[in-house]
Design a protein around this ligand. Structure first.
Ligand SMILES: CC(=O)SCCNC(=O)CCNC(=O)[C@H](O)C(C)(C)COP(=O)(O)OP(=O)(O)OC[C@H]1O[C@@H](n2cnc3c(N)ncnc32)[C@H](O)[C@@H]1OP(=O)(O)O
Ligand SMILES: CC(C)C(=O)C(=O)O
Length: 553
């Protein structure tokens, strides 16, 4: 790889911060989240959103509780302009929501932007210009002073057009993360003064990592430098806008919040230019699982995902944090075992505390969040394939079919499943597991393997079993319980049956009040499990013994 062609971040931009406070800080409250799906997200789509998809996205964002929403780049295209006009005239913007409109620092574009927001209240006009050296030199052709003057001129025009209307101002030094900190600071401070920011009409300085180039600690240092040196700090809302080129957008945003940022721009599920804008869903749920209220509603994450996929026409991957199809699923045996035990412990603890399970403290291995918090159920938590073990198999049979397999039967059955999955290499569903279990262990329900049978206690601790098998063989024997009497009957007929283990339990609703019995029997020197279901536990256990003996035969 020609790695020598690239320079490390510290050679591209020098950050003058040497003592930083952010590493010792904690996140204790949600920032102001600002979704930019309708602008930055939209400009990255193969097919930008049409009016119907834009409205769907806007309604999702307001329903989720976002209070400031960037709705477009109205001077960029007719659909963007028309959508802002639609918001201005349709009453779609709730009273507690501000909309942000985005514009480059060019008079014609600024004027078109103001035309789009005519009649709207609670608007933020968001002005941007790239400020990093390569952009100044190669793209815009202005030195530091010229570019500062161009920005001031545009900002003054914005202020003039706003007059005394209910409009706030935002500035983004695009590619802030590659801009000399002293220059970014100078431009921001000059704008704060020009726009005469005050605590009751604060200016937003939004500092983008437009293209991620460094580890998140570098971005945090850059943000802390600005946080410490910005003029009229109480009149500035310090905002960040991370992208995800290095795959660390979320980490950048989190460290930036520690470093003094108060507002985060991003997209739902990480859509956006190239590798995406920072994912607001992940950020919000990361706070949630730290015990901090994210202040947005993600209780139906699948609905959020459905709308996002429909609007963006891009799929959300199965492994996407919190929202992917597979993120609450374990296939591997030891994880499944731990989850199964953890969920049982959670239910017990909730009962002890006298609270519903969805309100009890969460501490289940391998599940950083209770899937129920985001509207998922537990059905997909454990899925079985060749990587699975007895714990996962037992969990599925318990949770989906009401079976409580004795531990030794779990071991026996997991070998049966392993042979099946090793052979096919495929996943086994709960239904297929039940079929495999039924075919392996379960005595056929009807007709009964015995045409008639009876047990009776004939003396203290003495039981007698009599019966006739379908092939006409008579069974008669005694023992210290009904099952050992049945074993005695087999012994009398020349078949050695030793009952090693016996268990039974009522089956859950859906099984018509029936019971299931499990029997492990040593027959002719080898051990076999059998099982049977019946309305009577005794009948089930007798049939379970016959099932084990049949397997031996
Ligand atoms: C990081 C970001 O997300 S920034 C936002 C990017 N989003 C978009 O570009 C989507 C919408 N954009 C558009 O529809 C168009 O680019 C428009 C309407 C805004 C402008 O279109 P055009 O006038 O055709 O210009 P074009 O698209 O070629 O952009 C390049 C010009 O913009 C200039 N420019 C770039 N950034 C800025 C800025 N912040 N302020 C002023 N001018 C700028 C460039 O220097 C270049 O000017 P030049 O032609 O004199 O060299
Ligand atoms: C201009 C800003 C807000 C931006 O979109 C970016 O830098 O990615």
């Amino acid at each position: 790889m020609p790695s020598h062609r690239y320079r490390p971040a510290h050679e591209r931009v020098e950050v003058p911060l040497t003592e930083r406070a952010w590493p010792a800080r904690r996140l204790t409250q949600a920032p102001l989240w600002v979704p930019v799906d309708l602008r930055d997200g939209n400009q990255a789509l193969v097919e930008p959103m049409d009016p119907e998809r834009k409205r769907l996205m806007f309604d999702l964002l307001t329903t989720m509780g976002f209070k400031e929403i960037e709705v477009g780049y109205p001077s960029s295209s007719r659909p963007d302009f028309d959508f802002v006009r639609h918001l201005a005239t349709s009453g779609a913007v709730p009273d507690d929501v501000s909309v942000v409109v985005f514009t480059a620092a060019r008079r014609d574009l600024i004027e078109r932007t103001f035309a789009s927001i005519e009649g709207m209240s609670r608007v933020v006009v968001h002005l941007y210009t790239a400020t990093a050296p390569t952009w100044r030199d190669v793209v815009l052709g202005h030195d530091r002073r010229e570019l500062r003057d161009l920005i001031m001129d545009a900002a003054a025009h914005v202020a003039r057009l706003a007059g005394d209307r209910d409009i706030r101002f935002q500035f983004s030094p695009e590619v802030f993360n590659l801009t000399e900190p002293d220059y970014a600071l100078e431009v921001c401070n000059d704008l704060t003064a020009l726009w005469d920011a005050s605590p009751d009409r604060p200016v937003i300085h939004n500092l983008p990592a437009t293209v991620e180039v460094a580890t998140p600690n570098v971005y945090a240092d850059q943000i802390e430098y600005m946080h410490r040196h910005l003029d009229r700090r109480d009149a500035v809302i310090l905002s960040v806008h991370p992208h995800n080129d290095r795959g660390t957008g979320v980490a950048c945003a989190e460290l930036a919040l520690l470093a003094g940022a108060q507002r985060v721009e991003g997209c739902l599920l990480g859509n956006g230019e190239r590798t995406g804008n920072v994912d607001l869903v992940t950020l919000a749920l990361n706070l949630h699982v730290q015990g901090v209220d994210p202040m947005i509603d993600l209780s139906d994450i699948d609905e959020v995902r459905r709308v996002v996929e429909r609007c963006n026409r891009l799929p959300v991957p199965e492994r996407h944090p919190y929202a992917g199809d597979l993120v609450y699923t374990a296939f591997s045996g030891t994880h499944q075992d731990a989850i199964g035990k953890g969920l049982a412990h959670h239910a017990k603890r909730a009962a002890e505390l006298g609270v519903p399970p969805e309100l009890a403290p969460w501490d289940v291995p391998y599940l950083p969040i209770d899937p129920a918090d985001v509207g998922r159920d537990y059905q997909a938590v454990i899925r079985v394939n060749s990587q699975s073990g007895k714990g996962g198999i037992a969990y599925l049979l318990r949770s989906r079919h009401g079976l409580e397999l004795p531990r030794r039967l779990q071991i026996d059955f997991s070998q049966v499943v392993q042979r099946a999955t090793d052979g096919s290499g495929e996943e086994v569903t709960a239904e297929q597991l039940w079929e495999l279990f039924r075919a392996t262990y379960l005595a056929p329900g009807e007709p009964s393997p015995l045409t008639e049978w009876n047990t009776a206690q004939t003396g203290p601790g003495v039981h007698e079993f009599t019966g006739t098998l379908r092939d006409g063989r008579l069974l008669r024997g005694t023992g210290n319980g009904p099952l050992s009497a049945l074993a005695g009957a087999f012994a009398a007929g020349g078949v050695d049956v030793d009952i090693l283990h016996y268990a039974e339990h009522a089956l859950d609703p859906g099984h018509d009040g029936r019971a299931i019995a499990y029997v492990e029997a040593r027959v002719g020197g080898a051990t076999y499990w059998g099982a049977a279901v019946d309305t009577s536990a005794l009948t089930a256990s007798v049939h379970a013994v016959l099932a084990a003996v049949n397997r031996a035969a």
